[in-house]
Design a protein around this ligand. Sequence first.
Ligand code: GLN
Length: 550
Amino acid sequence: MTKYIFVTGGVVSSLGKGISAASLGKLLEARGLSVAMLKCDPYINVDPGTMNPFQHGEVYVTEDGAETDLDLGHYERFLNKEMHHTNNITAGRIYETVIARERRGDFLGMTVQVIPHITDEIKSRFKLPAKGADIVIIEIGGTVGDIESLPFLEAARQMGLEAGRENTLYIHVTLVPFIKASEELKTKPTQHSVAKLRELGISPDIIVCRSEKPLSSEIKAKISMFCSVPKESVVDAPDVASIYEVPMVFDKQGLDDQVVMLLRLRSRAKDLESWSTVVHRLKNPKHEVQIALAGKYTDYKDAYKSVHEALVHGGIANDCRITVRYLDTSSPSILEDLHGVHGILVPGGFGDRGIEGKVKVTGLAREERIPFLGLCLGLQIAVVEFGRSVLKLSGAHSTEFDPKTRYPVIDLLPEQKAVQAKGASMRLGTYECCLKKGSLAHKAYGTATVQERHRHRYEVNNKFRKLYEDAGLQVTGTYAPKNLAEIVELRDHPWFLAAQFHPEFKSRPESPHPLFRDFVAAALARSRGLDRRPAGVKPAGRGFSGEDHG
Ligand code: GLN
């Protein structure tokens, strides 16, 4: 019998429910249990693909091409396991399905209602990932008390009845704020939030308390008494330097022991060795590098979550702390802002704000031999910049930003030109990429072909390919069936590589992505003045040199 664990959130949003759910998943998996994850998002969008990243952070793309919530990224990174479209549901998706069935006549004669029709559909989606899993951890987005999440909470309550209380567990993640004036941690918001959950028919079994400081035994006892959970089931989640420490924090307090006991699960001894090594390396790096992330959603770090994490993983592989400098390329001082960085990353994106700044930044990386990694839009920008500066194709651009450009070096394929509806219509998910022998990519991956995830509409225009290759920007990865450029690399540069896909989605703390690993290694070499310059190539003279950054 599959067991269900529901994770709800109280008091405020952004408590890190996703990290808590993923960390618990990690601990249970480390005990040999098979864990499936599901994220429920109460908004009406069918998926987050049409939303601005400022709303809910990055859109995480799964292997099967689903555009999903960024928490699925945490699940994949912590559990080292692939998620699919069935691991994320939204209110929009649920309503879309129920309404389509109503139109088909599946409910003839009935009034279609939230209870039971919407809640039944939600419950059927709870059960989908359960196949073959010992446990499904279901994270319900939003905060208890929101109107939007009510059908999901009602479905979670009903699951307790259907699957039986011994097979269902409710974990409530709340905030215990620290009031500076009185120097006290306050439990009242938690008490209210638990009371609210009870009104909806759910009594939490475990309370995870997010706080700035560790909770004292007295505070835990108070929460235990007022919220009616045993003291051992009040778990403390104080702020930690790295999210990867959270499983260790829970491990110390026996969170998974509680879960296993309450759900009457049998498991083997926990093996957290590899994870502990990751955390140890993360906390004790020998080196440090500064990487510029030259994007546009720089005030909202969640917009680049996977990129940030993949850089951290690249750091783990190189024994190196990564300081990420988030730079807004629409800033007039963008080139000066780059001073002292050891590597430049231009991430994916849509829309034209900051585009010319990205072109400048990429030109600087090319000329000043600063290690460069371009991702998706980052590749397109590298192609535009090289076209304009080296090939002298004046005004070269992507037709996304200049539909009338004389040199459409990045353009739509005919099938994308025909696209009318914007939802789920990009080139999405995994495609095979064949690597050119001897290239940076080939050296990094160590294989002839790789599978990587996509999310874009525009492609490198093959009409100009020969011109580019002859002048030194080579296509080193291709999607063979359509001869599409997937990776470009600059000759005579310490490390300049851009990918049309998103390698960041496949990086894990326990297995850092090879491109991020080698990019960080190149940045580290630059920081130590080891930037190997091929014989005969003079250092470029715009005021930055490898040694300047030592
Ligand atoms: N806007 C570009 C495209 O659609 C790049 C997308 C991205 O960076 N994910 O092709």
